[in-house]
Write a protein that binds this ligand. Structure first.
Ligand SMILES: [Fe+2]
Ligand SMILES: [Fe+2]
Length: 483
């Protein structure tokens, strides 16, 4: 039995396939007719209009139209095109056409509708002429860079590659996150039961995190949206490690420094093992005595880190930042500082990552959580007093006005999760994964849209943020959708 969603998915696929074939036909007609007809020929102008019309139609919902080949198949925006038997000839002709030019694909942008017919026909001529060149692809790239066709991009990689790499990285990121959680649990348990624990696993995990971070910041940053009410201390520590690493990378720290910073993030709250469970998880207001107990945990962390089986050189480097992570920029906070020496760089980084993650996580004593964007707003009020103003600025820049994992209600009535960071020219408008009802009271992934997308006719943004709210208010884990 097929469900309504399945059949609507199939219908969407059919519509997409039909569009793809129509577009290929329009493309074929244009490049063939331009060979035999003068540029002012009426039929040719009709064909050029048709071609532009298809791109414009597609770009109403998408930022661009990419037609790409891979292993003898056509892909429309990385999705394989299925076509009826009667169009096999057309498809093969077009694949051959692309191959002769060494082109893996072409990407068209909505601005093509502002191009003159001369420019569109010029593009068809250039594409045809490429075949006669010694190195067609290099020649085409040169023509493209000449600026005649700002709405065109030449794709040089086969379809499927990028998507595959991102998927692979997401898989590794998920695995690394769960390894980080389990090794941190193991270390904590060993320290409490045996009084000692090896640090090699933690070191290896952080090394993996740094490798991932260097390859793709957004994948690992997406993982830091994991919130686990029951496993708070562990998920919080892994998130603090990730956020600190991302901030450290932005500050230009070396790989070696990042490795140390990541370990600091993972172990910064280790001292909480010394705080009675009832106090840590007390739902109501804490007494003064209890607050004092909690405030002992940074020093506790130092005591626990000393118990790790690691070289004294490494331990000496990772003791201070966990000790300082609740000290504020102006040296207020705890443990009370009797010194004038400023908080170390790692300590200042940890403090920012720590407060951000703690405030955006639901806790027993704070069932109402604060959305990531509001958290950043509140933290900004403490710039120069609670937090290092420069580091905080970089942190806010890194996460964007709407950090990944923020749930948005849009003026279109849609609900979406911020799924990435905005591009340089996107004016702080991030990509958003739309959420659709799964019919069982929950949500499922919809398509990803970009808030920077504009309406081609009016130039106004297609979607605007109406309100933000915390994912836990509708019981979802952003990381499940984002990774
Ligand atoms: Fe802490
Ligand atoms: Fe913490």
């Amino acid at each position: 039995m097929t469900t309504g969603t399945e059949s609507s998915d199939k219908q969407l696929q059919k519509k997409r396939d039909l569009f793809g074939i129509k577009f290929l036909r329009a493309f074929y007609r244009l490049v063939q007719t331009v060979k035999t007809h003068p540029d002012n020929n009426k039929l040719l102008i009709e064909y050029a209009k048709d071609f532009v019309g298809f791109v414009a139609l597609w770009c109403k919902d998408e930022p661009h139209l990419t037609i790409q080949i891979s292993r003898g198949r056509f892909f429309l925006e990385e999705q394989k095109l299925h076509y009826p038997r009667e169009t096999v000839y057309l498809v093969h002709e077009m694949i051959h056409y692309f191959e002769l030019r060494g082109v893996q694909g072409l990407r068209f942008y909505a601005d093509i509708k502002n191009a003159s017919f001369d420019q569109v026909l010029g593009f068809a001529h250039v594409l045809n002429d490429a075949e006669k060149q010694e190195d067609p692809l290099a020649w085409l790239l040169e023509q493209r860079d000449g600026g005649e066709f700002p709405w065109l991009e030449i794709v040089t990689a086969p379809a499927g590659g990028q998507q595959k790499r991102t998927l692979e990285r997401k898989k590794i990121a998920r695995r690394t996150y769960s390894h980080a959680l389990s090794s941190l649990k193991e270390v904590t348990q060993k320290i409490t039961t045996e009084g000692r624990a090896g640090a090699s696993k933690v070191k290896r995990i952080v090394q993996n995190m740094v490798d991932l971070l260097m390859e793709d910041e957004s994948v690992i940053l997406g993982m830091s949206t994991i919130r686990d009410y029951h496993d708070y201390t562990y998920t919080h520590s892994v998130n603090v490690a990730i956020l600190s690493l991302c901030l450290g990378k932005r500050m230009g720290l070396s790989r070696l420094s990042l490795r140390r910073l990541g370990i600091c993030g993972l172990v910064h709250d280790l001292g909480k093992v010394e705080v009675p469970y009832e106090i840590l998880n007390k739902p109501g207001k804490l007494t003064e005595e209890e607050i004092k107990e909690i405030e002992k945990h940074p020093l506790g962390s130092v005591r626990q880190i000393i118990k790790l089986r690691a070289s004294s050189g490494l331990k000496a480097k990772i003791l201070l930042p966990p000790f300082e992570h609740h000290l504020k920029y102006d040296l207020s906070g705890y443990p009370r500082a009797y010194r004038k020496k400023p908080v170390s760089l790692f300590g200042r980084i940890l403090a920012i990552a720590d407060v951000y993650d703690a405030m955006t996580s639901p806790r027993v004593y704070r069932p109402r959580v604060i959305s990531p964007d509001r958290t950043l707003g509140m933290m900004l009020k403490g710039a120069g007093k609670d937090f290092d103003p420069i580091l905080l600025k970089v942190f806010v820049n890194m996460l964007g006005i709407y950090p990944m994992g923020t749930l948005l209600r849009l003026d279109t009535g849609e609900v979406g999760l911020v799924s990435g960071t905005p591009g340089e020219s996107d004016r702080g408008r991030p990509p958003v994964l739309l959420l659709a009802s799964d019919g069982k009271g929950g949500f499922k992934k919809g398509k990803t849209v970009n808030l920077a997308e504009r309406h081609p006719k009016t130039g106004a943004f297609r979607r605007n943020v109406k309100a933000t709210f915390h994912p836990s208010t509708i019981g979802i884990q952003p990381a499940e959708f984002l990774a």
